[in-house]
Design a protein around this ligand. Structure first.
Ligand code: ZN
Ligand code: ZN
Length: 675
């Protein structure tokens, strides 16, 4: 499953439209292969500050492009604001958390703030392993900060924007002219549009005018009156989410209900445009591009900003629209357009034709999917499996005619107790991960998908992203792993355990905890507090493991330091601490005499190259957990596929009476821990 993240900013005009159109197109092309998330982090992070930010950003983008610079400098000093809950750092941190949690293959941004923040996040030299695409919907990009960001590609709306980027120093091969991603024309019409379109066949040949009252509401009543005076026009008025306008427009429409319809907010603007002869609107980015693609000429009743001037100039240059600010002028232009068998209207429509790219969203979606494929890590070629010898955990023996249980022999067991699947933010499904680990000869695998505390604000936020086990599907998660256990054992001799990573995220590392429950029998309420969670895990015979308890250095990401900050308090409760997680070894943790394990925190195939735990005990769940609790005959090993693969590890080591010397394994790579 490819993961595509689209970061949008709802305050911009057109960004949301573009984002959802791209998502629809990707889902249309590859709904079974790609998952698209659209996030507006500005909205999520700032709440009431969003408005303030909107004004800053809009002012910066529209009226005083130089302000961008100041805004960026402000963001650049965001680390000074760290810890201040409403500081801009919050946006950066949230973005970092989302990226780390989701591990997308492609990130598309519709607002340069995000590119800037992504650059910030990776400033320390860590490699970004997704393709970053900037979706530049603005027609005028002079003085906008796009060229300064380090996007891999710039998807632009028209040739002019492409040329401007090139002139600003962006390499030509990075610039892709797709056009504005307009809504797929293949999407089914909504009931609403169908009603408007098929109202009465006898009215089919009447002029159909769409009026978007998206601003300039003062002149709206007057313009509506003027439009109503024209008895042979049919008018659709779109008032968006403004209830005041809605009331006013409906009152007027009630005087001629067969000629005037009023609708609120709609996601089917493209269809509406296609179904009307003319649109009266502001020159907003989204509207202008969708009108072009729908071949619906525009009468622009207001040009708000530099950006809108740029949008309108596309229409003006093509001769496919006019500006008419006064209600009287608007009506005059409409009359002119339909005069002489709609000669002017036909000309405008013809002029729009070469500008429109109705398939822009589809071609953009195809490109995004190609990018997602290109960076996928190839799973290494697996060697043929040796015949699997069956190892039932407890072998009944019938010595002396009595049935009794024969203890299993101890052996070396390669274990990974911290892995993620598509149930949360992992790349492999449960059955895929079983095959992946099984084919590599692992002995014990615990699946521990993320589960968020719905009582915490961040938990609530993350529950919306689909990157954690959905609260209502916990039982299904348990069921699926339970089902796979039999196959894992029969096919690979792999002991599969059900686990959960309980995410208790606060706004700072010191208030954040990730706690693993390993070998659970049934779901646990994630909103319990940490001690209750541990007690619940223990009541089920499971292990409570502190995951990545110290600062992660190898990758940026959220640190979860709460348990370590309270180590004395939690030492008696925690069964084991991850002294190593993926590529990190936590030195300060290692200095304490605590029970340790090492896990990969596996999210995708390349994470197999990471720290692991090797136990020397019976291959049976209770024995494994006991071995970890007492933390004897436990070793940590750095697993490298090519040299520590199936054949090397399965040297058919005899069941040794004592734990083998670590030297027998892989001398230079091993860190030993016995205790
Ligand atoms: Zn974690
Ligand atoms: Zn994890």
């Amino acid at each position: 499953m490819k993961k595509i993240l689209i970061l949008t900013a709802g305050f911009g005009d057109g960004e949301d439209v573009a984002a959802s159109n791209v998502r629809d197109a990707i889902e249309h092309l590859a709904h079974d292969k790609a998952r698209v998330e659209i996030l507006d982090l500005l909205d999520s992070c700032y709440g009431r500050f969003h408005d303030l930010l909107r004004h800053t950003v809009q002012a910066a983008a529209n009226h005083a492009p130089k302000l961008w610079h100041g805004f960026y400098q402000l963001l650049g000093t965001a680390h000074f604001l760290e810890g201040q809950i409403d500081g801009l750092a919050r946006l950066r941190n949230s973005l970092r958390d989302v990226l780390r949690g989701m591990e997308p293959d492609v990130v598309m941004v519709t607002c340069p703030i995000y590119s800037y923040l992504i650059d910030e996040i990776y400033r320390d030299g860590r490699t970004r392993d997704f393709t970053l695409i900037s979706l530049v919907i603005d027609s005028v990009i002079k003085d906008l900060p796009w060229p300064r960001t380090s996007s891999d590609f710039f998807a632009v709306s028209n040739e002019d924007a492409g040329r401007a980027l090139a002139a600003a120093g962006v390499a030509e091969e990075k610039i892709k002219v797709f056009g504005f991603p307009v809504q797929l024309s293949i999407l089914p019409f909504t009931q609403l549009v169908r009603e408007i379109a098929s109202s009465d066949p006898a009215r089919k040949n009447r002029p159909r005018i769409l009026y978007l009252v998206n601003s300039a509401r003062k002149k709206a009543p007057k313009l509506l009156d003027r439009l109503l005076e024209q008895s042979d026009w049919d008018i659709t008025v779109c008032v968006g989410r403004d209830t005041g306008l809605d009331e006013m427009a409906r009152a007027k429409a009630a005087t001629a209900p067969e000629r005037m319809k009023v609708i609120g907010h709609t996601r089917r603007m493209f269809q509406l445009l296609r179904d009307h002869h003319l649109v009266i609107s502001r020159a907003e980015t989204g509207i202008v591009h969708e009108a072009i693609a729908a071949r619906c000429p525009m009468i622009v009743h207001r040009i708000g900003s530099g950006q809108e001037e740029g949008n309108f100039s596309i229409l003006r240059q093509a001769n496919a629209g006019v500006v008419a600010e006064k209600p009287r002028e608007v009506v005059e232009w409409i009359e002119r357009a339909f005069r002489d068998e709609s000669r002017l209207l036909s000309l405008w429509r013809k002029n729009l034709e070469p500008l429109g790219r109705p398939d822009s969203a589809l071609s953009m979606a195809r490109f995004i999917l190609e990018c997602a494929d290109a960076i996928a890590l190839p799973v290494p070629q697996l060697r043929a499996l040796p015949a699997v010898e069956q190892h039932p955990p407890i072998a009944p023996s019938r010595a002396n005619g009595k049935s009794r249980l024969r203890p299993l022999a101890k052996k070396l067991l390669l274990c990974d107790l911290h892995t993620h699947t598509t149930w949360s933010d992992g790349k492999l499904s449960v059955s895929e991960i079983v095959d992946f680990y099984g084919q590599r000869g692992f002995d014990c695998l615990s699946i521990t998908d993320h589960l968020c505390d719905p009582k915490r604000l961040l938990g609530k936020l993350v529950n919306l992203t689909g990157l954690v086990i959905p609260p209502g599907e916990l039982a299904a998660y348990f069921e699926e792993i339970e089902y796979e256990k039999k196959r894992a054992w029969a096919k690979y001799d792999l002991l599969l355990m059900t686990g959960v990573e309980f995410n208790k995220d606060g706004y700072t590392p010191k208030t954040s905890t990730h706690l693993l429950g390993v070998d659970l029998k049934q779901p646990i309420d994630p909103s319990l507090d940490i001690k209750q969670l541990i007690a619940e895990i223990h009541a089920q015979g499971g292990l409570a493991v502190a995951s990545h308890p110290h600062e992660i250095k190898s990758e940026w990401g959220k640190n979860t330091l709460y348990l370590w900050e309270h180590v004395e308090e939690y030492t008696p409760l925690i069964d084991a601490w991850e002294v190593a997680n993926r590529d990190d070894i936590f030195n300060p943790v290692g200095l304490k005499k605590l029970p340790f394990i090492a896990n990969s925190d596996f999210h995708k195939p390349k994470h197999i190259h990471s720290w692991k735990t090797v136990l020397y005990c019976e291959k049976e769940a209770e024995a494994i957990k006991h071995c970890i609790r007492v933390n004897r005959d436990v070793s940590l090993t750095l697993y490298r596929d090519h040299r520590f693969g199936l054949e090397d590890r399965h040297l058919q080591l005899p069941a040794l009476e004592q734990a083998p010397s670590l030297v027998e394994f892989d001398q230079p790579r091993l860190a030993a821990k016995r205790g």
